[in-house]
Design a protein around this ligand. Structure first.
Ligand code: FMN
Length: 216
């Protein structure tokens, strides 16, 4: 009996240790450099002129500085009250950004300008569908709407609208900074993505953007 208790206790300690190290790996956070708001010299009109869908990318890495700029432009905090660069229906602030890179999937925490690792793999294979070109992009941004924030207002409608504003911000930042992107909205397996990201069924995957430097 004493032996049995000993083995059960040892097993519990080992499992707790394993679970703790797993949690540490998945909760890893990266502080991004502050977004550089005056670094791009082109005009809004030029960015609009240059915006077009790009489906071929250089393998060149995107630096954390450029990623910080891009995510801030997409849906970063631009006011003291925490509101964002993109508008949001009934101020639901429902859009969450997940970044797929070669070493994993990261959640953008806009209020702290941080990336939090949520999975050691990229989500790209789950969303790519027929858009095989997206596999060559150094990063992919997935826009997910937290429908619970709409408190009964139609989450599919408002969530899609809110995602559209963030998507256009991504398009314009890319056009202004020599990056290429295209909004991609194939049929996605929401349940599988929710499980992969560790979020509830309220979170609706809306659209994703492969992003990379434009091939000349
Ligand atoms: C909501 C939405 C979904 C889209 N989904 C895809 C897609 O899955 N794959 C793709 O290659 N392009 C996709 N596109 C890009 C369009 O095909 C593209 O915007 C259109 O052909 C016009 O070309 P332009 O962006 O160069 O002006 C999507 C665009 C939008 C707005």
């Amino acid at each position: 009996m004493k032996h049995k208790l000993f083995y059960v206790s040892m097993l519990s300690i080992l499992m707790a240790g394993f679970s703790a190290s797993f949690n540490t790996a998945t909760a890893q956070q990266t502080q991004l450099p502050a977004p550089q708001k005056g670094s791009i010299k082109t005009s809004l009109m030029n960015a609009l002129q240059n915006r077009h869908s790009v489906r071929s990318y250089k393998s060149k890495t995107i630096s954390n500085q450029t990623l910080s700029n891009l995510l801030w432009a997409a849906n970063g905090v631009n006011r003291k009250d925490g509101r964002r660069t993109a508008p949001s229906a009934i101020n639901a602030q429902d859009i969450e950004l997940y970044i797929g890179k070669s070493d994993g999937t990261y959640h953008y925490i806009a209020s702290e300008n941080k990336l939090e690792k949520v999975n050691n793999e990229s989500f790209i294979n789950m969303v790519v569908g027929k858009n095989r070109f997206a596999l060559d992009a150094p990063i992919v941004i997935l826009l997910v709407s937290n429908g619970a924030n709409f408190h009964g207002h139609n989450p599919n409608f408002y969530g899609a609208m809110d995602a559209g504003y963030v998507s256009q911000n991504i398009c314009l930042y890319c056009a202004a900074d020599g990056l290429g992107t295209v909004p991609c909205a194939p049929k996605m397996d929401a349940a599988a993505i929710q499980k992969f990201l560790g979020v509830s069924t309220d979170y609706i995957p809306m659209i994703y953007h492969p992003v990379g430097y434009v091939e000349e």
